[in-house]
Design a protein around this ligand. Structure first.
Ligand code: SF4
Length: 352
């Protein structure tokens, strides 16, 4: 499955139109237009940590939210706006629609997907689950609505360990999908044997332990912060392993003044905002042949641009719809995740 996803990404990158940088005047024009249209449409902008800094700043300025997929889902559900503008990738828009069917959910680019989502087709996954009916089905948030509808639990990387621990305490056997790296990290940490789907994130998979160790040789006091979608060899050399939110909290809490960060570079906006006196270095990736363009930046997250957001309000082809039968089924494991997260009281330190 990983190979299929990687090939799709390479094809996409080959055909991708690289837009020139916007002038400051044009940016200001789009920003003003978006602010006005958010007000006119009673809409709110919900952005992921991996989107461009200007989009994150705009979401914050306009009373929206910048966060991980767990908090994006919760924020969108609880916000009184009639319309959610989701800057992220498609499964995030679908999750928003599942939880808030009465709201219109628009995304600047419906082509923005995720290699984990692509690598886990709903029919194949359902067949796999059918072969193991005595297993509890746990899927990562980075999946389609149809895959979520087949699951007992949805998890994000913030709560994966807690949920699997909880299921193990109840004596449940676990199917895990789709990220094999996160799954093997959870397996190692909890000691729970899991039947694993073979998916991977094309960004995190490119981090290499050697490159990080070489960089650390120049910065011996730097702490290495790693997202668990990275390969085990990278996780093994980390000083801290956690979700995006947990990485931000670790950077605030740890005494180190320098950090090597192995996750999408979009997170640097929030890291620099919440820990302004610290230095953050991008963990090196694999080189020119890598599927993620070797820049530690998700090609699909990069499709979210100011221009696209400014035009989203007047387009009829960028609205997210989810089949009602699928939505009702997917709602159950998603609500279970949000209730479970609420019981753990997760959140970002110092985040407004
Ligand atoms: S960074 Fe990886 S996991 Fe996140 S959306 Fe991109 S491909 Fe998917």
């Amino acid at each position: 499955m990983t190979t299929i996803a990687t090939e799709i990404v390479k094809e996409h990158l080959k055909n991708e139109h690289l837009a020139g940088a916007l002038s400051p005047e044009k940016k200001a024009e789009y920003v003003a237009s978006i602010k006005e249209q958010l007000k006119q449409n009673n809409a709110v902008l919900v952005a992921h940590y991996y989107t461009e800094p200007e989009i994150q700043a705009l979401a914050e300025e306009t009373g929206g939210c910048v966060s991980d997929s767990l908090e994006m889902a919760r924020f969108g559900r609880d916000h009184p706006a009639e319309m959610l503008i989701v800057a992220g990738v498609k499964f995030m828009g679908e999750t928003a629609k599942i939880l808030s069917p009465e709201k219109r959910v628009l995304m600047p680019e419906l082509e923005a997907t995720c290699s984990l989502d692509i690598g886990c087709p709903a029919d194949d996954f359902s067949d796999f689950c059918d072969q193991h009916p005595d297993h509890e089905v746990v899927v990562y948030a980075n999946t389609s609505a149809a895959v979520k509808a087949r699951a007992d639990w949805v998890v994000t990387s913030s709560i994966a360990l807690d949920v699997v621990d909880h299921l193990a305490a109840e004596g449940k056997k676990v199917i895990w999908a789709p990220d094999k790296h996160l799954g093997s990290y959870v397996q190692r940490e909890t000691g729970v044997e899991m039947l694993m789907w073979d998916g991977a994130c094309i960004v995190h998979e490119e981090f290499k332990a050697k490159g990080i160790l070489d960089l650390k040789a120049f910065h011996p006091n730097a702490a290495v912060l790693v997202h668990p979608e990275s390969p085990a060899s990278v996780v093994d050399i980390a000083d801290f392993v956690g979700s995006t939110t947990q990485i931000i909290n670790a950077a605030i809490d740890m005494d180190n003044s320098t950090f090597i960060v192995a996750t999408d570079r979009g997170i640097f906006y929030k890291l620099q905002q919440l820990a302004p006196n610290k230095t953050f270095l991008e963990a090196p990736t694999a080189g020119n042949g890598a599927a993620c363009r070797s820049c530690a930046h998700c090609p699909w997250m990069a499709m979210n641009e100011l221009e696209g957001i400014a035009k989203v309000f007047k387009r009829s082809d960028v609205e997210i719809f989810v089949d009602e039968g699928v939505r009702v089924k997917a709602m159950k494991p998603l609500t279970r995740m949000l209730d479970f997260a609420q019981s753990l009281k997760l959140g970002v330190k110092g985040n407004a």
